[in-house]
Design a protein around this ligand. Structure first.
Ligand code: C2E
Ligand code: CA
Ligand code: CA
Length: 785
C-alpha cells in the first residue's frame, strides 16, 4: 500500500473535490468562451443585418418613388418613363440594371439595350416566377431571388415594385438589380472576420419555398454548381430540421421566432462539411429573408481544449503534489508509529526486545523452529551490589554493554529478551543437549569477561537456568518457569548454569505444597517449639537453650525447618511464623524458668526478612515484657548469608535491638561470603561456628587448626564463640582446645519439647570436658602420616 487507509480516504476525497472544482471551473470557463464566441458572432450578425436592412430600405424607397413617378407619367409615354428611370437609377450606383415589365412578365423596357422580346418572361422564368407573382400581389418592394442572368452574365439580386392604376391593379412591374458580386450587395460586409460564413435565405415566395439568396464565401466553381445552388429550393426535410433547431434555440415555435425579429444562436453539425458550426440567425420580416452567420466551431473547440488542458495541468500538479505530501505525512506517521511500536516492544536501556515483544512474536518465532527449542534464563549475580555501590547510572551503563554482548555470537534466530532488571531470556531454536551445554558455557564465559566503564573494571557473573522443550506443544510459560527454577538452582553456587530436571520439579512442587500448608499451620496448631541446650565449655554447665521450630503436617508428616523456613521467607509467611516463634518460646521458657526458679539464656532464630518489618522490634519487646524475660537474656540468631545486600539497613535495626538490650548472634558463621567483614560492621555478641567445621574436627587436624584460628579471630574482636553440631565427647574436647566458649549439639542433647526440657533440667549434672583427657587418649586426632 502506498498510503495508509485513512490517508487514502483523505486523498480520494481531495481528488474528487479537486476534480469537481476543476469541472465546475472548466464548465464555467467553457461557458464564458462560448458566450464570448456567441457575442462576437451576434455582433457581426447585427452589423450585417442592420447594413442589409438599411441598404434594402433605401433602395426600396428609391424604387417606390420611381414606381410612383412612372404611374404619374403613365405607360403611354415610354420615352419619359425611360428618362425618369434612367435618371433615378443612374443616380444610384448600387443598381446594375433595370427593367419594366407587364404584369404578364413581358419586358417592355430594359437597360441592357436588348430586344425586349428576346429577354425571358419574368412570369415564366422559373427563377423569377415566384417572387414576380409575389410582387404583383404586394404593395411594397419585393426582394427577388438571386439568379444567374445570362444577358448580364452575372448573378443578380432583383428588387421589384408593382406599379398600380387608380383602382390598385398592377399595370407594370419595375425591377432594379444589384450585382451579387459587387460591393453594393446588401450583405457585403468589408469588416467580416475571416472564417465567418454568411448565408442569406429568401422566403419571399408565394409557395413558401426557401432559396439561397446569398452566400459568403462564394460557392466554389464550377459555375453551374453555383447556379444550381441558387436555383433549387432547400429540401423540405432540411428546412424542417432548421426550423426545429431554431425553435429549440429560441424556446418558442418557429412562427413566433419569425415575427419576433430577434436572433438566436446554436451549435450545428453540418453534414456536408462534417464539422460543427456556431450559428446566429434572424429573420427579416420586411424583405422576407433569413440572415445566418456562422463560424466553424473548430476555433471554439480549440480554445476550449486549450483551456481544459491549461486547467488540467494545475489539477494534475495539485493531485501529484497532494499525493506526495500525503505520502510524506504517511511516512512520518508510519515511522513514528513504528518507533512507538518499537519503544513499546523494546527495552529502552538495552534496546533488546522485551516481554511484550515475546508475547507478540512468539508464534511467528515458533513457526521458524523446526524441532524443539530451548529457553535460557539468565540472572546476574549480585547485581544489586553494583547499583548500591556505584549508583544506578553505572548499573545502567553496565547493562547496556551487557545487552550488546548478549546479543552477539548467538545461534541463528536466537531471540534475546530483557526480562527486566538484570534478567535476560534466550530463546534458541535448537534442542540438542550437547549444543545447548556448549552454548551455556560460552555465555558464562562471555559474562565473566570484564566490563570497563569510566576506567573501572567490573567482573560480573550470572546464573543460568535452562529448559529444553520436549514437545513442540510445550508452552513458553511452562518452559520459562522451568528455566527460572533451574536458574535458582544455579544461583545456589552462582556463576554457572543448571538444567531443569524432574528433581527440581519435585522440589518446586514440594515448595508449593509447603507454601500451601504454611497458610494454616499456625492456626491449626501444627507448629511447636523444641529447645536444645547450650553448654559452657569451661564449666560444663547450662548456658542457655536455642529454640527451634517444628512443624507436624497432617499429610506431609514432620516437615524440617530447613525446608519450610526458606519457603516462608520467600512468601513472607515468615512474619506470622516468626511471631509464633517469639510468643511460644518466651511463654514456654518463662514457664520452665518459673517452675525451676533458674534463669538461662534463650536463643531465638530470626530470619533477616523479619528484621525488615517495623513490627518485629515492637513485638519482641512487648513479648519479653509480657513474659517477664529480660532482653539481656535473649539472643537473636541471624544468618549472615541472606543480608549481605542490605548490610546498612540491617546494621541500623540491629543497633536498635542492641539498645533495647537484646544480644545478637551470628549463626552459621563461615558459610557465607563476607563473614569476617560482617563481624566488624555489625554489633555482634556471639558467633556460632557452623556445624560443617565441627563434623571432622576430632579427626582432621586441618579442621582443628582452622577452627582454632577462627575462634582466635573472633576472640580478637572480643566476641564469644559457640560451636554447634557437637556430636561426641572428642569434638567437645577438641573445641575446648580451640578455646571455644560455648557448645551445642546432639552430644549434650537433641532439641526437645518443653516438657522434656523440664525433666532434662531437673536431672542435669555438669559435663566434664577435660582437655587433658583428649591429649591422653591417643590418636583421637588422626595424624596425616
Ligand atoms: P540452625 O539455626 O543452624 O539450627 C541448628 C540446627 O542444627 C537445628 O536443625 C538442630 O536440630 C541441628 N543440630 C543440633 N545439634 C546437632 C548435631 O549435633 N548434629 C547435627 N547434625 N545437627 C544438629 P533444625 O532444627 O532442623 O533447624 C534447621 C534450621 O532451620 C536452623 O538452623 C535454622 O536456620 C532454621 N530454624 C529452625 N527453627 C527456626 C525458627 O524458629 N526460626 C527461624 N527463622 N529459623 C529456624
Ligand atoms: Ca540457630
Ligand atoms: Ca546454625
Amino acid at each position: 500500500m502506498l498510503l495508509s487507509k485513512s490517508l487514502w480516504r483523505l486523498y480520494l476525497f481531495l481528488l474528487i473535490l479537486s476534480i469537481w472544482l476543476y469541472c465546475v471551473i472548466t464548465l464555467k470557463a467553457v461557458d464564458t468562451i462560448k458566450q464570448g464566441a456567441v457575442d462576437d458572432l451576434t455582433f457581426v450578425h447585427q452589423q450585417l443585418e442592420h447594413n442589409a436592412s438599411n441598404h434594402l430600405t433605401q433602395l426600396s424607397a428609391i424604387l417606390k418613388v420611381l414606381g410612383h413617378r412612372i404611374s404619374d407619367i403613365g405607360l403611354d409615354d415610354m420615352k419619359a418613363v425611360r428618362e425618369t428611370i434612367e435618371r433615378i437609377i443612374s443616380d444610384n450606383p448600387a443598381f446594375s440594371a433595370y427593367g419594366l415589365s407587364t404584369p404578364d412578365g413581358n419586358m417592355i423596357l430594359n437597360s441592357l439595350g436588348q430586344d425586349n422580346q428576346a429577354l425571358p418572361n419574368l412570369r415564366e422564368n422559373p427563377y423569377t416566377r415566384e417572387t414576380y407573382l409575389k410582387t404583383l400581389a404586394a404593395r411594397e418592394v419585393v426582394l427577388g431571388r438571386t439568379y444567374y442572368y445570362p444577358p448580364m452574365n452575372e448573378f443578380i439580386i432583383p428588387l421589384r415594385f408593382a406599379i398600380r392604376d387608380q383602382a390598385g391593379n398592377p399595370i407594370a412591374v419595375v425591377s432594379a438589380t444589384i450585382s451579387a458580386d459587387s460591393k453594393y450587395n446588401p450583405w457585403h460586409l468589408p469588416t467580416l472576420p475571416p472564417d465567418y460564413n454568411i448565408s442569406i435565405t429568401n422566403n419571399s415566395t408565394i409557395d413558401n419555398k426557401y432559396y439561397s439568396q446569398y452566400v459568403y464565401p462564394p460557392i466554389s466553381k464550377p459555375e453551374d454548381k453555383e447556379q444550381l445552388y441558387y436555383t433549387v429550393p432547400y429540401p423540405n426535410h432540411i428546412i424542417d430540421q432548421i426550423k426545429q433547431r431554431i425553435a429549440r434555440a429560441a424556446g418558442t415555435d418557429f412562427q413566433t421566432f419569425m415575427e419576433s425579429g430577434r436572433s438566436v444562436s446554436y451549435l450545428v453539425h453540418e453534414e456536408w462539411e462534417d464539422a460543427d458550426f456556431l450559428e446566429v440567425i434572424s429573420y427579416n420580416d420586411e424583405f422576407e429573408f433569413f440572415t445566418a452567420i456562422s463560424v466553424r466551431n473548430i476555433l471554439l473547440t480549440q480554445s476550449i481544449n486549450l483551456m481544459v488542458i491549461t486547467y488540467f495541468v494545475p489539477l494534475l500538479l495539485f493531485n501529484i503534489i497532494l499525493f506526495f505530501v500525503l505520502r510524506y505525512i504517511d511516512d512520518i506517521q508510519k515511522r513514528s508509529k513504528k518507533l512507538l511500536a518499537h519503544q513499546a516492544l523494546h527495552d529502552q536501556l538495552t534496546q533488546l526486545p522485551n516481554r511484550y515483544y515475546l508475547d507478540l512474536h512468539l508464534t511467528g518465532w515458533l513457526n521458524q523452529v523446526k524441532a524443539g527449542y530451548t529457553v535460557i534464563f539468565l540472572d546476574m549475580d549480585n547485581f544489586k551490589v553494583i547499583n548500591d555501590s556505584y549508583g544506578h547510572k553505572m548499573g545502567d551503563a553496565i547493562l547496556q554493554v551487557l545487552g550488546k554482548r548478549l546479543q552477539n555470537h548467538n545461534p541463528e534466530n536466537t531471540l534475546v529478551i530483557r526480562q527486566g532488571g538484570d534478567e535476560f531470556i534466550f530463546l534458541i531454536p535448537d534442542d540438542n543437549l550437547h549444543f545447548i551445554k556448549q552454548f551455556a558455557e560460552t555465555v558464562v564465559g562471555r559474562l565473566r569477561h570484564p566490563i570497563n566503564i569510566n576506567g573501572i573494571n567490573f567482573s560480573l557473573s550470572g546464573s543460568i537456568g535452562i529448559a529444553i522443550s520436549t514437545q513442540h506443544t510445550d508452552q513458553l510459560g511452562d518452559l520459562l518457569r522451568k528455566a527460572d527454577l533451574a536458574m535458582y538452582e544455579a544461583k545456589k553456587e552462582r556463576n554457572r548454569y543448571a538444567f531443569f530436571s524432574d528433581h527440581l520439579q519435585q522440589i518446586s512442587d514440594e515448595r508449593s505444597r509447603i507454601e500451601d500448608g504454611l497458610r494454616y499451620a499456625v492456626d491449626n496448631d501444627e507448629m511447636h517449639m523444641v529447645y536444645q541446650p547450650q553448654i559452657e565449655t569451661a564449666t560444663g554447665e547450662i548456658f542457655g537453650v536455642e529454640s527451634l521450630i517444628r512443624w507436624q503436617h497432617p499429610a506431609m508428616g514432620m516437615v524440617p525447618p530447613d525446608k519450610f523456613v526458606s519457603v516462608a521467607e520467600s512468601s513472607s509467611q515468615i512474619n506470622m511464623i516468626g511471631e509464633f516463634v517469639i510468643d511460644a518460646t518466651l511463654r514456654e521458657i518463662s514457664e520452665v524458668q518459673s517452675t525451676h526458679k533458674t534463669s538461662f539464656h534463650i536463643s531465638i532464630n530470626v530470619s533477616v526478612m523479619q528484621l525488615h518489618t517495623s513490627d518485629f522490634r515492637r513485638i519482641i519487646n512487648i513479648k519479653a515484657r509480657e513474659y517477664g524475660i529480660a532482653p539481656s537474656s535473649i539472643t537473636l540468631e541471624i544468618t549472615e548469608s541472606l543480608f549481605i545486600d542490605d548490610l546498612e539497613q540491617i546494621r541500623h535495626v540491629l543497633m536498635q535491638l542492641k539498645r533495647d538490650g537484646f544480644k545478637i548472634s551470628l549463626d552459621d558463621f563461615g558459610t557465607g561470603y563476607s563473614s569476617l567483614s560482617v563481624l566488624n560492621k555489625l554489633p555482634i555478641d556471639e558467633v556460632k561456628i557452623d556445624k560443617s567445621f565441627i563434623r571432622d574436627i576430632e579427626k582432621d587436624e586441618k579442621d582443628l587448626l582452622f577452627v582454632e584460628s577462627l575462634v582466635g579471630i573472633i576472640h580478637s574482636l572480643d566476641i564469644p564463640s559457640l560451636a554447634e553440631g557437637v556430636e561426641n565427647m572428642s569434638q567437645a574436647v577438641a573445641l575446648r582446645i580451640c578455646n571455644c566458649d560455648l557448645l551445642q549439639g546432639f552430644y549434650f542433647a537433641k532439641p526437645m519439647p518443653k516438657q522434656e526440657l523440664v525433666s532434662y533440667l531437673s536431672s542435669f549434672t555438669a559435663y566434664d570436658i577435660d582437655k587433658d583427657s583428649l591429649i591422653n587418649s591417643q590418636n583421637r586426632i588422626p595424624s596425616r602420616h
